[in-house]
Design a protein around this ligand. Structure first.
Ligand code: GTP
Ligand code: MG
Ligand code: ZN
Length: 381
């Protein structure tokens, strides 16, 4: 079946690049184990191993599936699998090589990932991400093996040891949480997350927590800047419950990733939205006034109110990735009317003369603080 070139369904054999540090010896052992377990699937059998001209293994193999040119991120191919032997599920969280997968009827399975999938990925250890929709082959004891990852609608990435890693897949909203104090409000960080949301095509929602620690009136001018840009802004307090209803309404029916510096109260807000969730919350440290990165893995959480949230680890592990400096201005919506009016087509809007963006900053059409954020992010600070 795998040998068929089924053009009508778009499935075909094709050559897929393997990750560079691919070690042929490791897969050799896996082949042997597959034979022993008598679970060899056809994709593995059709996979050709080529010997390179100088006795090296080629970096390409033939696999069967649908090539995904425009997949948001991740694997270059949707593998053909025997769907009758598989269940469909959602990856809730990933712990090393094991994923916690939930089916529509609420059953949970601890799943490993089939080696072919892992070797196709650029990062073998993190081929599956929280939020992924997968096909997996169930095995006894609520375990299973993930056979296929469905194309991702969206991704959020982070850097992990110099490599790009998908942290969360398939969310449509990014809730950017900051706090008015403890830790202090960092507008620049909000702007970075806004760029992230724009970059990955997620709807941003700015949520300022710990409203109980300030005078709401003091916050108005700050929030006004974002509201004018068309971003939805909520001022809330997980402690007093203020604004929590509105936050809940913004979450219903969506899949949202929650991002923000450690200690701003991301987990506290989710607990407030859904009592009984019992996410771990920790006081920020007395001496540094910083959070402690209580949340360490991304976790996809189904909510009673009908929505999904992903509590992501704090900012230290979650940074801008994949935004080229020359693309940056495009992710500041208020710059867009001006960028084409600069004298130099490659204007970076920082030190150049005859810059329409800088003119707009000078006469107040662009907020100065937002412009400064742009310059900071541009220079990689
Ligand atoms: N005053 C006040 N404190 C809050 C509020 N929300 C959360 N906190 C406190 O802030 C501290 C950190 O809260 P967490 O919910 O653990 O913060 P987090 O953003 O999840 O932190 P990480 O998981 O480390 O990224 C805890 O001591 C909370 O009790 C609030 O609205 N007002
Ligand atoms: Mg947390
Ligand atoms: Zn310019």
């Amino acid at each position: 079946m795998s040998h068929r070139d089924d053009r009508s369904s778009g499935k075909k054999k094709f050559r897929a690049a393997f990750r560079k540090e691919y070690d042929p010896r490791r897969r050799q052992t896996d082949w042997t184990r597959s034979f022993r377990n008598d679970q060899l699937d056809e994709d593995r059998l059709t996979a050709e191993e080529r010997i390179g001209s100088r006795g090296e293994y080629a970096r390409k193999r033939t696999v069967v599936g649908t090539p995904l040119e425009d997949a948001a991120e991740g694997l270059p191919v949707q593998l053909e699998v025997d769907e009758s032997r598989c269940l469909r599920g959602r990856v809730l969280s990933v712990h090393g090589l094991l994923s916690d997968v939930m089916t529509d009827d609420g059953q949970r399975y601890q799943c490993a990932t089939r080696r072919l999938l892992r070797t196709l990925a650029s990062d073998e250890r993190h081929v599956v991400a929280a939020g992924d929709e997968v096909l997996f082959r169930p095995e006894p004891g609520n375990t299973g093996v993930i056979e296929r990852i469905e194309p991702r609608r969206t991704v959020l990435c982070r850097e992990n040891k110099g490599q790009k890693q998908v942290l969360v897949a398939n969310v449509d909203q990014l809730i950017i949480v900051a706090s008015v104090a403890e830790p202090e409000l960092k507008p620049n960080l909000i702007d970075r997350f806004l760029v992230t949301a724009e970059r990955y095509g997620l709807r941003p929602l700015i949520c300022i927590n710990k409203l109980d620690l300030c005078h709401p009136a003091d916050l108005q001018p700050f929030l006004g800047v974002y509201a004018q840009l068309g971003y939805q802004v909520l001022a809330v307090s997980a402690l007093t419950g203020q604004g929590i209803d509105r936050l809940r309404r913004a979450i219903v029916g969506r899949a949202s990733a929650v991002a923000g510096q450690s200690g701003v109260g991301k987990s506290s807000l989710l607990n407030a939205i859904e009592p009984g969730l019992n996410l771990r919350v920790q006081p920020i440290s007395e001496d540094t006034h910083k959070g402690r990165h209580t949340t360490t893995t991304a976790e996809w959480i189904p909510l009673q109110c009908g929505g999904f949230v992903v509590d992501t680890p704090g900012i230290r592990q979650f940074q801008l990735w994949d935004v080229a400096p020359e693309e940056l201005a495009g992710f500041f919506p208020e710059f867009r009317p001006y960028v084409d009016r600069c004298r130099y087509p490659d204007c970076t809007h920082r030190h150049e003369d005859y810059c329409a963006v800088k003119d707009a900053v000078a006469d107040g059409r662009i907020d100065l603080r937002r412009y400064e954020s742009y310059c900071h992010i541009y220079s990689g600070e």
